[in-house]
Structures are given as C-alpha cells and as structure tokens.
Write a protein that binds this ligand. Structure first.
Ligand code: HEM
Length: 136
C-alpha cells in the first residue's frame, strides 16, 4: 500500500468507528443475503462476532505503517478460518461485502481512491490469510 492509501484507509475508518455496530449488522445481513450457505459457519452470537471483526480491523488499520509486524497475527487468523470451514472463494464474497458496507457507511466520502485503498488492504490481508491456510 502507498503512504497515501494508508492515510485514506485510516481516515475513512475513523468515520466508521462511531457506527461500528450498525456497520457490522449491515455487513452480516448483506453477506448472508449474497451467500446464505455461509450463515451456518457462524455459530457464535453474531453481534459479538461483529465486535470482534471491527476490533480486529481497527487494530490492523492502526498498524498499517508497520504491517509486517502484524502479518503473523493475520496468518494465525487465516489458519483459524480453515477450522471455521471458510474456503478460499469465500474471501471474494466477504471482500465485496466489505466494500459495499464501507460505501453505505461513508457515503460521498467513499471516493474511488478510498475504495481502491481498501481493496488493496483487503487483497493483502486475504492473500496472507489464504496462504497461511495452506500450511495449517
Ligand atoms: C480480512 C478478512 C477477515 C478478517 C479480518 C476476519 C476476522 C475475524 C475475526 C477477528 C474472527 C473472530 C475469531 C478469531 O479471531 O479467530 C473471525 C471469525 C470468523 N470468520 Fe472471519 N475474518 C475475515 C474473513 C472471513 C471470511 C472470508 C469468512 C468467510 C465466510 C469469515 C468467516 C468467519 C467465521 C465463520 C468465523 C467464526 C465465527 C463463529 O465462531 O461463530 N471470515 N473472523
């Protein structure tokens, strides 16, 4: 990610933090609409899951300048996702829903440049998770 992309992601996420619960709710509603077969993979309380997801994204977003330091954490996350039954192709669906949610949450400030920055971050994270998943 370029330094500018890092700033764009960090600034735009700040606007999501106050509406994190709502954003998480929209995210899962949209995800299960797009692919209902993913619903059974989520066995714990979806509200709690939403909080964990947002907290993790927040840590990663705040760590972007030193992403190499958090890569091992992302790899562990990827390995755990295999045990949840997540398949490689599911990352495409989740990526699409993430961008959709950011668009809904940010409105006009979700410019093409902001979208490209988030897409780049998700690409790095999902590739790292999928790669680690091969070596469970
Ligand atoms: C960048 C991508 C992703 C991030 C940051 C992320 C984050 C998280 C976090 C923080 C948890 C809590 C449990 C843990 O830490 O192991 C979790 C659980 C889970 N995630 Fe993800 N995730 C991502 C991608 C995906 C994808 C692509 C799927 C596919 C459907 C998925 C499905 C699940 C499921 C099924 C659980 C377990 C829920 C439960 O225990 O009920 N995640 N995820």
């Amino acid at each position: 990610m370029t330094p500018r992309q890092i700033i764009l992601v960090q600034e735009s996420f700040e606007a999501i933090v106050p509406i994190a619960d709502e954003a998480a709710k929209m995210f899962y509603t949209r995800l299960f609409e797009l692919d209902p077969s993913l619903r059974p993979l989520f066995t714990s309380d979806i509200k709690e899951q939403g909080k964990k997801l947002m907290a993790t994204i927040q840590i990663l977003v705040l760590s972007l300048k030193n992403l190499d330091r958090v890569i091992p954490v992302v790899e562990d996350l990827g390995r755990r996702h295999v045990t949840y039954g997540v398949k490689d192709e599911d990352y495409d669906t989740v990526g699409e829903v993430l961008l959709w949610t950011l668009n809904k949450g940010l409105g006009e400030s979700f410019t093409e440049e902001v979208e490209a920055a988030w897409a780049e971050l998700y690409l790095v994270l999902s590739m790292t998770m999928k790669h680690a998943a091969v070596h469970v």
